[in-house]
Ligand binder design. Structure first.
Ligand SMILES: C[S@@+](CC[C@H](N)C(=O)[O-])C[C@H]1O[C@@H](n2cnc3c(N)ncnc32)[C@H](O)[C@@H]1O
Length: 210
C-alpha cells in the first residue's frame, strides 16, 4: 500500500515481524510512508499519535484466530477509523476449522477438528512452520480461538460499523495457506468483509471485497 502512495502504520507484537517489515520498507525506499508499532493489537490506541483519522484498517490472513476477544478488537478497529473509513478484513473462514480431512472420520466423511461454537481456546502443539517447511519450532505450543462469522460481524456492528460486503471463497493462490489447503482441501475456505464507519461522505479508495 505504501508503494501505491498510502501512508501506512503496521502493528504486530512480534519484534521479528516488526524488524522484517521495517527492513522491507527501507529496501523499497518507503520508510517515510511506512512505520511500524510493536505492541499487542489491543493496545494499539495507546501507541498511535492520533485516532479516528484512518481511511482504512487492513486486516488479512491469519489474524482473527489468534485473538481471544473479538469485541475488544472491533472497538480498536472502530476507534482508528475516520468517519466513512473502512475495515477490510480477509481471513480463513471459521468453518474451515470444523472439518479435518487429514484425519479419517466415518468412511467417506472427513474427521472433526473444532466445534464451530467452541468458546475455549484451542491448545495446539505445532513444531512446524507453514512459511518454512524446514524449520522446527522450539516453542511449539500455540493458542487459538474459534470465532464464528456471526460473532465477528456482530462485534463490528455493535461498534456501529456498517457491513457492506461479505464474501466466501475457496482459497487458491499465494495467501491460501498453501500447505494446509493442498493437504486438507476442506480447510481452504476464506471470507472477505468490508465494514464502513458511518457518517462518511464517499467510500475511500474504491475498495471491493471480490
Ligand atoms: C499468521 S500471521 C499474519 C500474516 C500476515 N497477515 C500475512 O498475510 O502475511 C499472524 C501475525 O499476527 C501477530 N499477532 C498475533 N496476535 C497478536 C496480537 N495480540 N497483537 C499483535 N500481533 C499479533 C503475529 O505476531 C503474526 O505476525
Amino acid at each position: 500500500m505504501a508503494q501505491r502512495g498510502a501512508i501506512v502504520t503496521g502493528v504486530d507484537f512480534s519484534s521479528e515481524a516488526i524488524r522484517t517489515a521495517t527492513a522491507l520498507a527501507t529496501e523499497l525506499g518507503r520508510n517515510e510512508r511506512a512505520s511500524f508499532i510493536e505492541c499487542n493489537v489491543y493496545d494499539t490506541l495507546d501507541h498511535l499519535p492520533d485516532t479516528g483519522c484512518y481511511d482504512l484498517v487492513y486486516v488479512t490472513w491469519g489474524c482473527i484466530g489468534w485473538l481471544p476477544d473479538v469485541t475488544k478488537w472491533a472497538a480498536v478497529v472502530t476507534a482508528c477509523l475516520k468517519p466513512g473509513g473502512v475495515l477490510y478484513l480477509a481471513d480463513g473462514h471459521p468453518s474451515a476449522l470444523v472439518f479435518d480431512d487429514c484425519v479419517t472420520g466415518t468412511p467417506g466423511k472427513p474427521g472433526w477438528f473444532v466445534p464451530y461454537f467452541e468458546r475455549e481456546p484451542l491448545e495446539l502443539d505445532e513444531t512446524q512452520d507453514y512459511s518454512n517447511a524446514g524449520a522446527t519450532l522450539k516453542n511449539s505450543r500455540v493458542y487459538a480461538w474459534m470465532h464464528g462469522l456471526g460473532e465477528i460481524a456482530s462485534a463490528l456492528m455493535d461498534q456501529g460499523l456498517e457491513i457492506r460486503a461479505l464474501r466466501h471463497q475457496t482459497a487458491t493462490g499465494p495467501h491460501s495457506g498453501a500447505s494446509v489447503s493442498s493437504e486438507c482441501p476442506l480447510r481452504a475456505v476464506r471470507f472477505k468483509l468490508l465494514a464502513y464507519s458511518p457518517h462518511g461522505s464517499e467510500p475511500p479508495l474504491g475498495l471491493h471485497a471480490s
